[in-house]
Design a protein around this ligand. Sequence first.
Ligand code: CUA
Length: 179
Amino acid sequence: MNPTALVIAVAYSIVCVVAIVILLVIWRSTHSEPPRRTDDTDTDRLAHGEKAWFAIAVAALGVLLLATLAFIPYGDTAAADGQQAVAVDGAQFAWTIDPSVVTAGTPVRFRVTASDVNHGFAVYDADNTMLFQIQAVPDHPSHIVYTFDEPGVYQVVCLEFCGVKHHEMLGTIEVKEPS
Ligand code: CUA
């Protein structure tokens, strides 16, 4: 995890904890204790049980959130060591893929943008099976990391209707054997 992602993760955790505290305060204010009766009835015990389960559920969700934060891919915007960086730009009606030749077995980090309207960057293998797809949006780069296991020529297809020649918006990525 890079430093920027860590800062985002920590900030996100703080916001979540604050939100949980606010929700608990609101919940408490709307569930004030009923007047105490001398005999502890079954309904009182049931109400207590519900509160306990609510607290357990909130605690479990909080723990789950904190434990999995590091695995959230968002904010991971810099190419890590050992990755191949490929810049992709979609424009009516062609893909610019730079470089368009990569090596098998090494993660490829795609930075995907668009010059005019939204496009859909999808990569297919020789069997016409889609390997991944990501939106190409003007002014908002998307990132995706994919490792090609097999050398070969992979087809790039636009999956977002972007105009009259949308269906002609194709490209290729060549994956070479590691040298
Ligand atoms: Cu670009 Cu459809």
